[in-house]
Design a protein around this ligand. Structure first.
Ligand SMILES: [Cu+2]
Length: 73
């Protein structure tokens, strides 16, 4: 699998369980290898198969977890 990495700024996380729910929602997507969400930094870094997963899918997952996000260049 070709590993693509994308980072997103995540707004609205207030505790570790918020960050964990972001991880879970993202990692539930077929084609995502790993999500590392930092509560302190307000960021998530996702490794995924760029042939299967689009950045918009990752944004949608973060929104399903209850947060707003934007890509970081
Ligand atoms: Cu929380």
């Amino acid at each position: 699998m070709s590993a693509t990495v994308a980072r997103f700024k995540v707004q609205g996380m207030h505790c570790q369980s918020c960050a964990t729910s972001v991880d879970w929602e993202i990692e539930d997507i077929d084609g995502v290898a790993d999500a590392k969400t930092s509560l302190a930094a307000g960021l998530t870094e996702v490794s995924f198969d760029g042939a299967k997963v689009k950045p918009a899918d990752l944004l949608a997952a973060i929104q399903r977890a209850g947060f707003t996000a934007e890509p970081i260049g």
